[in-house]
Write a protein that binds this ligand. Structure first.
Ligand code: SAH
Ligand code: SF4
Length: 397
């Protein structure tokens, strides 16, 4: 019998409302902002309109300074400046890859750092954002999973990553420009595929994505937002109901035996339980296909038999399978499958009627690829032996 490591979720969430000092308006829902403005003395009758005005300044125009909110009375602006701030995480560094991918290190309160990656493509620009510092889960192939420290990001810190990237890309609209399809869109898609398990920080992720989708501001369609989960089953139905974005799931294996090792949350919610939840998702969320992410690990999960089992398992689910060539990191206990193996695997899936794109690794020269993110302040790494032991791979050689 192997010992099963308990899956814990004891992370710290910083309260949204700090007891003292100015409150950050970024990350508040419309309702929260209304209440905060009333508490600060705004007459109840006016509060909704003030929220609309401030919301547009912050999320449509990208304004941070209350003095620039010119459709508000001067003394009201002064009151806002006293009681509130419009703050986004600070960019600590930016690396630009030869392929145009940008990796940002951003600092959040408490001195923690998270990574954000911008990936330009011909028809879109995707921002990969983080939901936690580190991750409580310990997927054996994931660099983030070896990071010790974890804290949930606040809604403001999550949407703040998008705002920081828009600052850097210079894409707040000029007067006369619209949002959505009429505005500048270098950043057209968001994926929650950075550091952390978004469904272990559900409320903050939800509130942040609601802000991203709000038509009076950043205004991204829910079809342009993809949340990736390792399989937190109880929260999948909630995601459908309360966010309604696209869903990606880190599937990675076709038997419970292997998935237990790769994605240990499988010990809590196994493949069968996960698939049941996924079957319901498109109906409830009225979303398109579910993306099954499948990391290609040499001689671990990349056989023809795996490909055939995979298509059998997902039969009946509107799905596409995104094959991710394993991104290696120092000390990783796996190797990337050979390119020909990945293509043969993709072919079996494609012939069974599913799209099977192979994700081109981006930003490899700056360690910006999926699963390589880990902040500089948390460089402390578990030993290779420890990683392998936890993955159930036996003694390190
Ligand atoms: N915690 C969430 C989202 C972040 S990870 C999740 O697990 O889904 C984003 C994607 O990158 C996941 O599919 C994850 O399994 C994958 N990934 C992690 N490490 C990787 C690596 N080294 N190479 C390739 N993909 C990796
Ligand atoms: Fe966490 Fe996702 Fe990495 Fe697993 S793959 S350790 S869930 S970030």
């Amino acid at each position: 019998m192997t010992a099963t490591a308990p899956i814990t979720q004891d992370v710290l969430t910083i309260p949204r409302k700090l007891p003292e000092g100015p409150q950050n308006l970024v990350g508040m829902t419309r309702d929260q902002m209304r209440l905060a403005l009333i508490e600060a003395g705004t007459p109840e009758k006016q509060a909704k309109m003030r929220v609309n005005q401030i919301w547009q300044w912050i999320y449509h125009w990208g304004v941070r300074d209350f003095a620039a909110m010119t459709n508000l009375a001067k003394d009201y602006r002064a009151m806002l400046a006293e009681r509130f701030v419009v703050a986004v995480p600070e960019m600590v560094s930016r690396h630009v890859s030869a392929d145009g991918t940008r990796k940002y290190l951003v600092r959040i309160s408490g001195g923690h750092e998270v990574e954000v990656v911008y990936i330009p493509e011909t028809d879109r620009g995707t921002l990969c954002i983080s939901s936690q510092v580190g991750c409580t889960l310990t997927c054996s192939f994931c660099h983030t999973g070896t990071q010790k420290l974890v804290r949930n990001l606040t809604a403001g810190e999550i949407i703040g990553q998008v705002m920081m990237a828009r600052d850097d890309l210079g894409e707040w609209p000029e007067p006369g420009q619209g949002t959505g399809d009429n505005g500048p869109r270098r950043l057209s898609n968001i994926v929650l595929m950075g550091m952390g398990e978004p469904l272990y920080n559900f409320e903050n992720v939800r509130d942040a994505m609601k802000i991203a989708m709000d038509g009076e501001g950043i205004s991204l369609s829910r079809r342009r937002i993809t949340l990736s989960t390792s399989g937190v089953v109880p929260e999948i139905a909630r995601t459908a109901e309360e966010i309604g974005c696209q869903l990606a799931v880190s599937f990675h294996a076709t038997t419970d035996e292997i998935r237990d090792k790769l994605v240990p949350i499988n010990k809590r919610w196994n493949i069968e339980t996960l698939l049941k939840a996924l079957k319901e998702y498109p109906k409830v969320s009225n979303s398109e296909r579910i993306t099954f992410e499948y990391v290609m690990l040499k001689d671990v999960n990349d056989s023809d038999a795996d490909a055939r089992r995979l298509v059998k398992l997902i039969e009946g689910i509107p799905a596409k399978i995104n094959l991710i060539p394993f991104n290696e990191w120092p000390g990783a206990p796996y190797e990337r499958s050979d390119w020909s193996r990945i293509e043969e695997f993709a072919d079996i899936i494609y012939k069974a009627g599913f799209a099977s794109p192979i994700r081109t690794p981006r930003g490899e020269d700056i360690m910006a690829a999926c699963g390589q993110l880990k902040s500089a302040t948390e460089r402390e790494r578990k030993s290779r032996r420890q990683i392998e032991a936890e993955a159930g791979l036996g003694e390190a050689s």
